[in-house]
Design a protein. Structure first.
Length: 381
């Protein structure tokens, strides 16, 4: 059965595996680590475990902790070098904090540091999946963060919201809870008069995306509502529910989840309205693509009906990619229609764009493949 309300997140039958994302500003305040708050959250994690649920934690905070130790300005985010140095120092403190609190409940903590490439490369993604599965089977709580000490702008998620969604996908989790500085998604900027929180989102649409604000009031983190909605899209494609809720309260999970009896949970539940196969979900959740293929209106319509992309419908090609690389497929107006694995490299795609199949052999020097992107290697957005 699918998750349809917030209280379902406490039901081991509906939510056997839960991912909880904790932001920097929740862990670290002006005076340092918010010890009482994180201690209460770990109590909630232990309670979930006692109910029979597996839990994965995606925890920010390394840069903030390291910057305080090193005395760096701007919370360690003044430069890439400052961020990397802060992360290297702070990650030791962060993992030790989680380990000490979890072991006090008899729970083993396991640290995993990931970069974007660990989840974008198919083989490495499957390795992450295998490691998470084994750790959970052994009864450990994986505590995951981006490996900011080595990540550069080109190979980083940039926020832990999307990382949490990708980790949930890799682990086969049932739901993701993003503990934020706000109660949920609002229909407009929450500071505007008349703004109302949206309790349930049944599938991502352009209208939902228009509600997003990039602001994060704390100034410590790197995420905003836009990144959270991107995380919701990644989760939805994998059939995973996602919740945005406030972490600025003691025992935040209890406040968000509520109960079956009172139905008083506070947060926005994103209900997944579709579920792609494992490979397509991984492909659709990719954050870095090697290139773009632009198609005409006729091809865009055909793709919407489940067709493969043929060279005849291609009008433009950009980027540098090889056969088998992931590319975006764009409509004439610039909308991303799909992600797919290209059957040709960028040069070949450009050479055969707009051509019928009987015209392609003379250009390619060999018999053309059945499509530029086959529907079995494509996921619609």
């Amino acid at each position: 059965m699918p998750i349809t309300r917030l209280s379902d997140l406490a039901d081991p039958a509906l939510c056997p595996c839960l991912v909880v994302k904790v932001g920097s500003a929740l862990l670290v305040g002006p005076e340092g680590v918010r010890a009482a708050w994180i201690d209460a959250l770990v109590d909630e994690i232990a309670e979930a475990r006692a109910r029979g649920q597996q839990v994965i934690v995606v925890s920010s905070g390394a840069i903030a902790l390291g910057a305080a130790t090193l005395g760096l300005e701007k919370g360690g985010r003044g430069s890439l070098a400052d961020a990397q140095a802060s992360a290297a120092v702070g990650q030791i403190a962060l993992s030790g904090l989680w380990s000490d609190l979890l072991v006090s409940h008899g729970i083993t903590a396991a640290q995993m540091l990931l970069t974007l490439e660990d989840l974008e490369d198919r083989r490495r993604y499957l390795n992450v999946t295998a490691t998470l599965s084994r750790l959970l089977d052994c009864g450990a709580v994986p505590v995951i963060n981006e490996n900011d000490s080595v990540a550069t702008q080109e190979i980083r998620f940039g926020d832990n919201d999307r990382l949490a969604a990708r980790v949930a996908q890799a682990a086969g989790a049932s739901a993701v809870v993003l503990l934020s500085d706000i109660d949920g998604l609002y229909d407009r900027h929450p500071k505007e008069p008349g703004a109302q929180m949206v309790p349930v989102v049944a599938g991502m649409t352009d209208a939902v995306r228009a509600m997003a604000s990039a602001e994060s009031s704390s100034g410590m983190g790197s995420g905003g509502m836009i990144s959270k909605l991107q995380a919701a899209e990644i989760a939805e494609l994998a059939g995973i529910a996602m919740v945005i809720g406030s972490g600025q309260h003691q025992r935040p999970l209890a406040r968000i989840i509520g109960s079956h009896e009172t139905q008083d949970g506070i947060g926005t539940l994103f209900r997944p309205m579709r579920r792609a196969g494992a490979r397509k979900a991984w492909l659709g959740g990719r954050l870095r693509l090697k290139g773009t293929i632009v198609v005409d209106a006729g091809a865009a319509e055909a793709l919407g009906r489940g067709a493969s992309l043929l060279a005849k419908g291609v009008t433009g090609v950009s980027g540098t990619f090889e056969r088998g690389d992931a590319v975006a497929i764009e409509a004439p107006d610039g909308r991303v229609l799909a992600h797919g694995l290209s059957e040709y490299d960028a040069r070949e795609c450009a050479e055969i764009r707009g051509l019928h199949s009987n015209e392609q052999a003379g250009v390619l020097g060999y018999a053309p493949r059945s499509s530029v992107v086959h529907r079995d290697q494509m996921v619609m957005k």
